[in-house]
Structure formats: structure tokens, C-alpha cells
Design a protein around this ligand. Structure first.
Ligand code: ZN
Length: 260
């Protein structure tokens, strides 16, 4: 999930801390009870995240992983991670500051300035944070990212590194569909109008194309990395499906062979 909206000023702690007397007289940015930094991630939380150190270090490793696999430069722009111990505090905070955003388990928000990722402690938090911070790093580094590709890459990198090539829950479904000749429609993905048109099937299909591009062959990988490099160079990249058709005219058959 990603959401591009206007940021309204400072990162505010939730209301209960904002009214604490020792914080009302200062013009400095509001501080959270716990703050730490890992790589480019500035972590603000309402609980002690020291037990999450391993996860936070893994998030910092995403930058070199993205650079290596996507062959683009990931910028060092700060990203704010705002973490809550409890779902209700997370939900109340988002309703207060971002009332128009749908209720999701985790969220990436960016317009101008640093990106922000919101999440709360739950059993999917590791996957959610890898997904949302992938959005944050890509959107800090590229002038824009096509919606389907942004979600496909986030779905791909949300898995732990050792499971990305073979351990995604999407793999089996895409493989079964490939057995009956189903190739997801890349052009339709490219023409989606907004996040509201992304449902489970679109996330799965976006993942499938990213997996195909990254793992089918050096040729397919170059189609993806060339596209991203053109984006990063502000050179209009055109559509990826057209590039794929030009460079690998049998790409639909190759998609089926890749996943069968
Ligand atoms: Zn997403």
C-alpha cells in the first residue's frame, strides 16, 4: 500500500503526549518517547523498540539490496518510521492526522519532504515494514514509480532475502495459473488509475511480473533495470510492456515457462 498525500508540517506525537506540560513551551519538533536511527531510517515510537533491533537492521540492509538488484542509486534521504505498540493508538493517530486514508495495517506516506512509514506491533509487522520501506526508498530515489511496479517491487522485497526468489506466498498461485496458461495482463496493470484499483489479484500479478523480470534471465533483468535507470535519469521510459515486447517478443511464453 502506498499513499501520496500532502504532509501537514511536523511529525507529531499522538495527542496524549502533545499536551504534556514540558512539551507545550517549545518550538522544537515534537519528540516521541523513544527515538533511534538505523541507516537512513529515523525511528519514532511510543514503545521501546530495542527488541526489534534485528528487524531495523534488516530494513537498513534493503538499500544495498535494492541497489544491487535494481541497478539504481538509492538516495540517502531520511525516512521516518513511526511505530506504535498498540493498534488502537496507531489507528487513532492516523485518523487524527490523515483522516482520508483507508485503514491499513501499515502505510507509506509521501508528498514533499521525507517519506513516512507507519506501522504497529503485530505478527505481520516485519513483512509490512519491508514492504512499506521499499516504497519509501524507491520513491526517495526516483522521480516517480509506476503504481503497478511500485507495488510489485514492494511485494517482492517484503519477503526475507532468502525467500525472495522461491519463498513468496504468491509463487504457488502464479505457478498454478501458469499451468493452465494464464499470463497476467501487464498492459492492464500499467493502465490502473490508482491504489483503489489495486486488489489482491493486482498485487499478485505485479509481483509475478517483477519476479519474472528479475529471475527469468539476464535479458529480462536488463529490461527492468534499463527501465528504472531511465526513470532515474529523468528520461521518459515509455511503458515496460512495450519494451518487453520489443526486446523479448515471446515474453508471454517465457513467462509461462518461468513459472511452470
Ligand atoms: Zn504497497
Amino acid at each position: 500500500m502506498r499513499s501520496m498525500i500532502l504532509m501537514l508540517g511536523l511529525l507529531l506525537p499522538s495527542a496524549s503526549w502533545a499536551v504534556e506540560p514540558n512539551r507545550t513551551n517549545t518550538a522544537a519538533p515534537a519528540r516521541w518517547p523513544f527515538e533511534t536511527q538505523v541507516g537512513t531510517f529515523h525511528v519514532h515510537s511510543d514503545y521501546d523498540t530495542s527488541s526489534r533491533r534485528k528487524l531495523l537492521n534488516q530494513l537498513a540492509d534493503l538499500k544495498p539490496q535494492l541497489q544491487e538488484q535494481l541497478q539504481i542509486r538509492i538516495h540517502d534521504e531520511p525516512v521516518h518510521l513511526i511505530l506504535f505498540a498498540q493498534h488502537h493508538n496507531y489507528r487513532d493517530y492516523l485518523r487524527l492526522y490523515f483522516p482520508n486514508i483507508p485503514d491499513r495495517q501499515a502505510l507509506f506516506v509521501k508528498r514533499r519532504g521525507p517519506g513516512m512509514v507507519f506501522a504497529y506491533e503485530n505478527r505481520n509487522m516485519e513483512v509490512d515494514l519491508r514492504h512499506e520501506t521499499t516504497h519509501a526508498l524507491l520513491n526517495a530515489s526516483l522521480p516517480y514509480v509506476p503504481l503497478w511496479l511500485d507495488e510489485g517491487l514492494a511485494e517482492y522485497f517484503e519477503a526475507p532475502p532468502a525467500q525472495r526468489a522461491t519463498g513468496s506466498p504468491h509463487h504457488r498461485t502464479v505457478g498454478l495459473r501458469a499451468l493452465v496458461g494464464r499470463v497476467p495482463d501487464l498492459e492492464r496493470l500499467e493502465n490502473l488509475d490508482g491504489v483503489s484499483e489495486m486488489h489482491a489479484a493486482q498485487y499478485r500479478d505485479a509481483w509475478a511480473w517483477v519476479h519474472f523480470l528479475l529471475h527469468e534471465s539476464d535479458q529480462s533483468r536488463r529490461v527492468l533495470t534499463g527501465f528504472l535507470q531511465d526513470l532515474q535519469a529523468h528520461s521518459p521510459p515509455g511503458s515496460l510492456s512495450r519494451r518487453l515486447a520489443a526486446e523479448m517478443p515471446d515474453y508471454r511464453d517465457r513467462f509461462l515457462r518461468h513459472f511452470r
